[in-house]
Design a protein. Structure first.
Ligand SMILES: *Cc1c(COP(=O)(O)O)cnc(C)c1O
Length: 452
């Protein structure tokens, strides 16, 4: 008979009586494989911690989202939000699916170009485009979404120097009933700034005004906010039609749809609270179809969805390094995943599964990272089975923003592995080493020697 794995004993109060509001506590989540590949074998081969991306999930999520819109609206274009995850392999998957690129900095813009995205299929957003960035984008016929009046004047100035008509849209912010309102990006609708900017563009005669853009927030839980936003953008579009007989080509509704991750402070898990992509699609498309566009002049609907297409496709695998008990009596587990690589743990209660078969016994546990910093907490209090040193676990919903916002601090950034649709694994980003970090450093000659 095979020797059973040791699990340390615990003393636990028996809670009797009727189940609570949501039934009896769940059994621990166990996840031994991702897309058919064993978690243990991934960690053995590539080291711990390890980011893992599922190509299958990415494509599935993309196709579901695309379909939610195309079944409801005749002209839809997706644009991949680079800052959500700009690993080349990841962007290439969305580009293969037909997504354009949506970038918010000169560096992201260059990354899209190097990857082979045509200039005319890059949407250039963001509050700080340099003159050099703008000249490049105008020359490549990219879609420039103007953020503020200074940028508008800068573009007009550039048109005096180069003989290409810039293709522009303005970013609009508005009251959609969600507070605090994101009013720092773009021109406001209610106070008339948006309309004023449109008038300036039209009367200048120097720019091709081809679209209207908004991005109302991130991890949005209210589809109705998008309905209001689509109505307000349509109102501007129809105003342009009336005053200037000018038709815009597209309405860009941005991104911000929630994934099924669980926001901190929300009682129920994200799978129960986040609206589906269909809910968002219904809100947006019904508003556009109800606005007074003629069928031929119906604008293309652009979506810059990031998080909702990739969060579920990303996993972070880790290993238990130590256990201890806090003075409150609470169990604490120290693992090799720090907040420097799981940046989103500041906002979300990430779901955790264990990567080996374990009994149903669980204990409320504080899950700490390896950093020598008090804030390095992955979960303050999560029901976990009795993990021992060397046991492995999986952090879910780690695909959005972590591989762009991560930082090298105390520990180094780990490898990222892609599991393709055939279940093969590919390293899509190497781990950092001391060499990587030292490469950028320089020591002045006079500091090159010391004696202790
Ligand atoms: C970040 C961003 C997105 C993507 O947002 P998600 O919340 O990841 O969907 C889209 N458009 C703009 C302008 C952005 O800044």
């Amino acid at each position: 008979m095979e020797k059973k794995k040791y699990e340390r004993p615990i003393i636990k109060q028996l809670v009797t009586g009727v189940p609570g509001k949501f039934g009896r506590p769940e059994k621990p989540n166990i996840m031994t494989h991702i897309d058919g590949v064993s978690v243990k074998s991934l960690l053995n081969e590539y080291g711990s911690p390890l980011f893992v991306m599922s190509e299958k999930k990415m494509r599935e999520k993309y196709q579901t989202a695309k379909q939610a819109f195309t079944t409801r609206y005749p002209k839809v274009q997706m644009a991949w939000s680079y800052k959500t995850n700009y690993l080349d392999a990841v962007c290439s998957i969305y580009h293969q699916e037909g997504s354009w690129a949506e970038v918010v900095s000169g560096f992201e813009y260059d990354k899209a170009i190097e990857l082979g995205v045509e200039g005319s299929k890059i949407i250039f957003n963001g509050p700080t485009k340099s003159e050099a960035d703008l000249i490049k984008a105008i020359t490549n016929e990219s879609l420039i979404h103007i953020d503020n009046i200074d940028e508008l004047y800068l573009i007009l100035k550039i048109t005096e120097k180069i003989n290409i008509r810039p293709k522009v849209a303005i970013r609009v912010n508005m009251d959609t009933g969600i507070y605090p309102m994101w009013d720092r990006f773009g021109f406001n609708y209610e106070n008339g700034m948006a309309w004023e900017a449109l008038n300036k563009i039209m009367h200048s005669g120097k720019l091709d005004l081809i679209g209207l853009h908004t991005h109302i927030g991130t991890f949005m839980l209210a589809p109705n906010a998008y309905k209001i936003a689509a109505q307000k953008l349509s109102d501007l579009a129809l105003g342009l039609k009336k005053k200037f007989s000018h038709n815009i080509k597209y309405i860009d509704m941005g991104g911000g749809f929630a994934s099924t991750n669980s926001l901190k402070g929300i009682y129920m898990p994200g799978v129960d609270t986040s609206p589906s992509i269909d809910d968002f699609a219904e809100a947006i498309t019904s508003a556009l179809l109800s606005a007074h566009y003629s069928t031929e002049e119906l604008p293309v609907l652009i979506l810059e969805t990031g998080r909702a297409l990739i969060d579920e496709a990303g996993y972070l695998l880790g290993t238990v390094l130590a256990n201890k008990r806090l003075i409150s009596g609470q169990r604490a587990t120290i693992a090799d995943i720090g907040v420097n690589i799981l940046f989103t743990s500041f906002w979300y209660d990430h779901k955790i599964s264990v990567a080996q078969e374990m009994t149903d016994f669980t204990e409320p546990t504080a899950l700490f990272g390896p950093l020598c910093m008090n804030i390095d907490v992955i979960r303050e209090n999560v029901e976990l089975p009795l993990l021992n040193i060397g046991d492995n676990f999986v952090v879910h919903y780690a695909g959005a923003y972590n591989m762009t916002q991560w930082m090298q601090f105390i520990t180094m950034r780990p490898k990222v592995v892609l599991i393709d649709e055939q279940g093969r694994t590919h390293i899509i980003r190497e781990n950092e080493s001391l060499e990587t970090i030292k490469q950028l450093e320089k020591v002045p000659e006079y500091l090159s020697k010391f004696e202790l």
